[in-house]
Design a protein around this ligand. Structure first.
Ligand code: ADP
Length: 438
């Protein structure tokens, strides 16, 4: 069908339409009334299609155009094509928006889209979790009315978004979030927040660690420096004082060496990958050898060490790490208990698992300390430890070594009633020893 609407084509069409009316009018001698009638009919015809067009555009629910004739076929067809094109474009746009939202939901960060005036246009699920936002309930509300943390409000009002701001999550007090705001498009803002709780904790631990190590090294180094200054003129020193200086310096060196060894051990345990659990460890033999190795340390205190061991209860694990566990717990029991006490060691089957425990008749530990004992460098009281030369690293080593064996250290203690340290090795790490009676 040719869509030819040039002036000549339109005039030609009009002439073809009017010609029969003119001829009949001429024949009946009513040319002008016949011409007027022809034009009136043409007008009514157009009016009819205009009516159909408005009915279709405003009232019809279907996209399909009404049937037309002549020029109206082209008009209906043209409008229909434009509508179809828009519909397809709209569909692809909404698919794009859907995909964008799905991608933002898959992001490990919270995302909020803000308008120029700071009102919320959209928020993903993590934003609802981190900031307690309601979606779509909070649509159109100012972000500073939803996140009221003073640091955030100040940051947002300042409008300098070159840096991120870190704050506690308004929805979870224990969570720390780092918030960034990025301007984009026509004065829109994208707010991105990520959970940095673990990162902040690690950073704090790193700082504490450096502070603790420096503090621990400072005391022995100061003592040694003092003595070395005195030794600058050894002739002036009486022999007794010289002897004391050498004795003290040796003790301080031993203390530093002990700390460095323990730090190295802790780092070795922490950085070792997951155990393969193919090594069989004879725990009863390992405990006996530890008891033997501490006999020199115990000779001063003369504790009675009683053992109750199941000889057929081997485990899959790392002998080195399990030895570090037993040695640290045993030396602590010896160090911290007043002379002449009793230390009980037990290694026994418990259902399908195996339980280790060591109890002593020492001074006991206040409940306020129990949850912090396995922290690095944590010591109960400095005086008690300066006498024992402790570093506060032993129980931290125990904790990490046990984690490698899917186990946890349990501490039961009360001041004045001694202490009991225990752990359970899970059933999957127990070796079914040949000849054992289960
Ligand atoms: P340290 O090298 O100081 O012994 P640990 O990490 O092994 O470090 O122990 C941490 C603290 O726990 C010690 O300083 C001590 O105060 C307390 N502690 C550990 N074991 C015992 C125990 N058997 N009896 C009493 N207190 C203990």
């Amino acid at each position: 069908m040719g869509r030819n609407y040039t002036l000549s084509a339109i005039l030609r069409g009009l002439l073809v339409y009017l010609l029969p009316f003119v001829l009949v009018g001429w024949y009946l001698d009513v040319v002008w009334p016949a011409l007027a009638l022809a034009l009136l009919l043409k007008l009514c015809w157009h009016y009819y299609y205009i009516n159909r067009l408005t009915g279709w555009l405003w009232d019809s629910r279907t996209l399909l155009p009404p049937m037309g004739k002549g020029v109206w076929t082209d008009i209906f067809d043209g409008i229909y094509r434009t509508l179809r094109r828009n519909q397809v474009r709209q569909r692809s746009l909404s698919t794009l928006i859907k995909r964008f939202r799905q991608a933002s939901e898959a992001m490990p960060d919270a995302a909020v889209v803000l308008k120029e005036d700071g009102t919320v246009t959209w928020a993903n699920k993590l934003a609802q979790l981190y900031f307690g936002l309601q979606w779509p309930g909070d649509n159109g509300i100012r972000i500073t009315n939803l996140i009221r943390h003073p640091r955030f409000v100040k940051f947002f009002k300042n409008g300098d978004f070159s840096q991120a701001v870190t704050m506690h999550s308004p929805a979870h007090a224990s969570m720390e979030v780092e918030v960034r705001v990025m301007p984009y498009a026509d004065n829109q803002f994208l707010l991105i927040a990520r959970d940095v709780t673990q990162l902040t904790k690690l950073e704090r631990m790193r700082k504490d660690f450096v502070a603790n190590v420096s503090h621990e090294l400072k005391t022995p180094l100061t003592v040694m420096q003092g003595y070395l200054e005195m030794l600058d003129e050894p002739d002036l020193l009486p022999a007794k004082q010289l002897h004391k200086a050498i004795h003290d310096m040796t003790a301080q060196t031993a203390r530093m060496q002990n700390m460095v060894n323990q730090l190295l051990e802790l780092s070795r345990i922490e950085s070792s990958g997951p155990d393969s659990f193919t090594e069989e460890v004879d725990m009863a033999a390992l405990i006996r050898s530890c008891v033997h190795d501490v006999s020199l340390l115990n000779s001063e205190k003369q504790h009675r060490i009683e053992v109750s061991l199941d000889d057929h209860l081997n485990v899959y694990g790392s002998a080195d790490k399990l030895r570090a566990v037993v040695m640290n717990l045993l030396t602590n029991a010896i160090k911290y208990s007043p002379a002449g006490g009793t230390i009980n060691l037990s290694w026994q089957r418990r259902h399908l698992a195996a339980a280790f425990s060591i109890s002593d008749t020492g001074p006991g530990i206040g409940s306020e300390h129990l949850s912090r004992l396995t922290e690095r460098f944590y010591r109960i009281d400095a005086d008690r430890n300066s006498a024992t030369g402790g570093t506060g690293l032993g129980l931290s080593i125990v904790k990490h070594a046990l984690e490698h064996h899917r186990s946890r250290l349990q501490i039961d203690s009360k001041v004045g009633q001694g202490s009991r340290f225990s752990f359970v090795i899970p059933a999957e790490l127990i070796v079914q020893a040949k000849g054992s009676a289960t």
